[in-house]
Ligand binder design. Sequence first.
Ligand code: DGP
Length: 117
Amino acid sequence: MTDCVFCKIAAGEIPSAKVYEDSAVLAFRDLDPQAPTHVLIIPKEHIASAAELTPENSGVVAHIFEVAARLAKELGLEKGFRVVNNCGPDGMQSVQHLHFHLLGGKQMGWPPFPPQP
Ligand code: DGP
């Protein structure tokens, strides 16, 4: 997609701090890190969000989780990590290209949203 920032990163048209790449996926450091380690893993194919996954295109998600496990080892996240996907307006998705946040290097909070009054 011509106006998609993550398609441009995947195509090398916008620079990124790349940590992994193969024919199907790219992983790079998030511009606005929310943890000591914060990597985004994206399919190179444009899929707008998790809501657009189908039996035809969902295989890449399993591959992304394999890459997350590999990167967690390589990046020293032996104590654990979190993989997050934000989907749609209520999910606070800000970039409309499927991506998974790999977060680690500190203990996360739970639940990930403020308690209701
Ligand atoms: P989300 O809210 O789940 O859509 O997260 C999008 C993330 O993408 C957000 O943490 C910031 C990051 N981001 C947005 N634009 C860029 C960019 O041009 N480069 C990099 N490295 N990260 C970006």
